[in-house]
Design a protein around this ligand. Structure first.
Ligand code: SAH
Length: 346
């Protein structure tokens, strides 16, 4: 490993880094990191020398570059500097009944979906396990400070999780095993990387799968979601079918409603025909504005009509309210500092 940070290590690795310390000290450090999600300086039960050793040998992966708050404090977006000056974003959202963190799996994204700000900016690199897990730890610590418990994790931030499968999955295991978040409260969202879906089908932990569909005919999807040329809709449906058969879990499709692009009756019909055999649930998100894509989101009245049409065709659909649009924290707006004006710190 090139650059080791504190959430890269499993328990055994931590024991090795702290070799010579009594095992109860290793336990205290581990609990500080995973049971309390706090920083070494907060561990009053641990001697100062050991705390500073952890700070030096195991630096934090994420350095706060900016923090933006919206929705009356219910949505918080962080912009992080990584050790090599790459940047990623994380969004924490509080709802009455749950608190959800949206984590990034890559700095940038190579999928190039035209309507997504991350795709417009291009790919920087994969995130490490430590960089992914620390996003969850920070969110958990922040939630606790306002008397909330982090309950849900969605891999819907920057990047394509299945283009970084290995590290994403090891993060999921760490989040489940060590941060204690149930697999059913973890959702991985993919643009439709077929080998990733096939691999997920074989995993033991029952996490949720969401597929960002947006169009259900190859001709139009090829344009909007270029990876469709590599993994066309038939192959995607086969992989989704195998997943549902093997896991008996409910699949969801994400559909960003774009004015005149994918919101007509014909599009609803195509989506219904595609989703029905898979018994998939559809999440409708009116398109959020991004700098590089000039088409608007579908107006509210037609969002309703589209949802009604789906229901009539026997498809369960939910209209998602977007969070954090004014701080560019909503779906498809994460772009690591370009085009947004977050609150700058220090
Ligand atoms: N690469 C993964 C994870 C990103 S999740 C994936 O594609 O699923 C981010 C979600 O927001 C995806 O469903 C994506 O298609 C959607 N999205 C992208 N740009 C958007 C926009 N401008 N408005 C609304 N949703 C958008």
């Amino acid at each position: 490993m090139t650059h080791q940070t504190r959430y890269d290590l499993d328990r055994e690795d931590l024991g090795e880094v702290l070799a010579g310390e009594p095992s109860y000290r290793v336990t205290q450090v581990w609990e500080g990191l995973y049971s309390h999600c706090t920083e070494p300086d907060d561990w009053s039960n641990v001697p100062k020398v050991l705390r500073s050793m952890v700070n030096t040998k195991l630096p934090a992966a994420l350095n706060k570059a900016a923090e933006s708050i919206s929705d009356d404090g219910q949505t918080i977006k962080w912009l992080w500097n990584l050790h090599d000056a790459k940047q990623v974003e994380t969004v924490l959202m509080h709802y009455p009944e749950r608190s959800t963190v949206c984590v990034s799996s890559q700095a940038g994204c190579a999928m190039a979906c035209s309507f997504c700000a991350t795709g417009q900016a291009g790919f920087d690199r994969h995130l490490s396990v430590g960089e992914i897990v620390e996003q969850v730890a920070v969110a958990s610590r922040t939630a606790s400070k306002s008397g909330r418990r982090l309950s849900n994790i969605v891999f819907m931030g920057m990047g394509e999780p299945f283009a970084n499968y290995e590290r994403t999955w090891r993060s999921v295991e760490r989040i489940h095993d060590d941060l204690g978040i149930g697999a059913r409260h973890i959702t991985i969202s993919t643009v439709g990387i077929v080998p990733g879906i096939r691999r997920l089908t074989t995993e033991a932990l029952p996490v949720n799968l969401a597929v960002s569909l947006h169009l259900a005919n190859d001709q139009e999807r090829d344009e909007l979601v270029p990876i469709n040329r590599r993994y066309p809709l038939d192959e995607l449906a086969d992989a989704c079918h195998a997943y549902v058969e093997a896991t008996h879990r409910r699949l969801s499709f994400e559909w960003a409603l774009i004015d005149g692009v994918n919101d007509t009756d014909r599009h609803a019909q195509e989506l219904a025909d595609y989703a029905r055999p898979l018994r998939a649930h559809v999440n409708l998100i009116p398109l959020n504005p991004t700098p590089g894509y000039m088409v608007r989101g579908t107006p509210p009245g037609r969002v309703r009509t589209f949802a009604d049409t789906l229901e009539r065709l026997g498809i369960n659909a939910t209209i998602r309210r977007t969070r954090g649009t004014e701080i560019d924290a909503a779906c498809g707006q994460l772009r690591a500092n370009q085009g947004s004006t977050p609150v700058q710190l220090g």
